[in-house]
Design a binder for this molecule. Structure first.
Ligand code: ADP
Ligand code: ADP
Ligand code: ZN
Length: 214
């Protein structure tokens, strides 16, 4: 099963992608997580990516596409995968299609998690991410058992630098300009499925599973 998750920043793509990856035992590939790991390890890629991420801008396609294309060719992706946060531009989507068709392969679904802009800024200011395993929580909607500590691995939770309200506004603008056109793109390919992302995360998950198992 090869799936991509579409939706605004903070729509819940990562939350759902992790749950789907656990259920179907396929890798969750998040370009944001890959960039953040590179920043943490102070790699060349990390240094370049950070300049864009801190401003709420997209990392250029040249730095992003090959990373994903190489990743999906690895052995653990043979049964499928969930791409979260990629593609984010039409050129990225076209490059992915090209790479897949070269492998005689294709995507099964593009799942669009719909959440209106009004809800996004609130969600992002409450988002907390684990420094250890990358799990995400929300201080109100999805709290941890012990405040500030990851339920899964026990490490500390932080507020991401780019989740400040000013940067979130910028990221939303970038989303509407560069990423939203992918909805029509995948509609045109006949693989778009939409779910309401404003309801409880368990309900969103059930809606996605129903689509995948229909
Ligand atoms: P969110 O889940 O909140 O949308 P991500 O973790 O997916 O955030 O991405 C964080 C940042 O990493 C983005 O704002 C962007 O700068 C960069 N990034 C992630 N994926 C991509 C991509 N496919 N293309 C370009 N930039 C990306
Ligand atoms: P994305 O990967 O799309 O940027 P996340 O999965 O990181 O989004 O979710 C953004 C924030 O919203 C996180 O704090 C997360 O815990 C919270 N969240 C995710 N799904 C829901 C939901 N259905 N209802 C309320 N909050 C949610
Ligand atoms: Zn953790």
């Amino acid at each position: 099963m090869k799936i991509i998750m579409l939706g605004a920043p903070g729509a819940g793509k990562g939350t759902q992608a992790k749950m789907l990856a656990d259920k179907y035992e396929i890798p969750h590939i998040s370009t944001g997580d890959i960039f953040r790991a590179n920043i943490k390890n102070e790699t060349e890629l990390g240094k370049k990516a950070k300049e864009y991420m801190d401003k709420g801008l997209l990392v250029p396609d040249e730095l992003t596409v090959n990373l994903v294309v190489d990743r999906i060719k690895q052995d653990d992706c043979s049964k499928g995968y969930i791409l979260d946060g990629f593609p984010r531009t039409i050129p990225q989507a076209e490059a992915l299609d090209k790479a897949l068709s070269d492998l005689n392969d294709k995507l099964d679904y593009a799942i669009n998690v719909e959440v209106p802009d009004e809800n996004i800024v609130k969600r992002m200011s409450g988002r907390r991410a684990c420094v250890g395993c990358g799990a995400t929580y929300h201080i109100v909607h999805i709290p941890t058992k012990v405040e500030g500590i990851c339920d899964r691995c026990g490490k500390e939770l932080i507020l991401r630098d780019d989740d400040k309200p000013e940067t979130v506004e910028k990221r939303l603008k970038v989303y509407h300009e560069q990423t939203q056109p992918l909805i029509d793109y995948y509609q045109g390919k006949g693989i778009l499925k939409e779910v309401d992302g404003t309801v409880d995360m368990k309900e969103v998950f059930d809606a996605i599973v129903n689509i995948l198992e229909a």
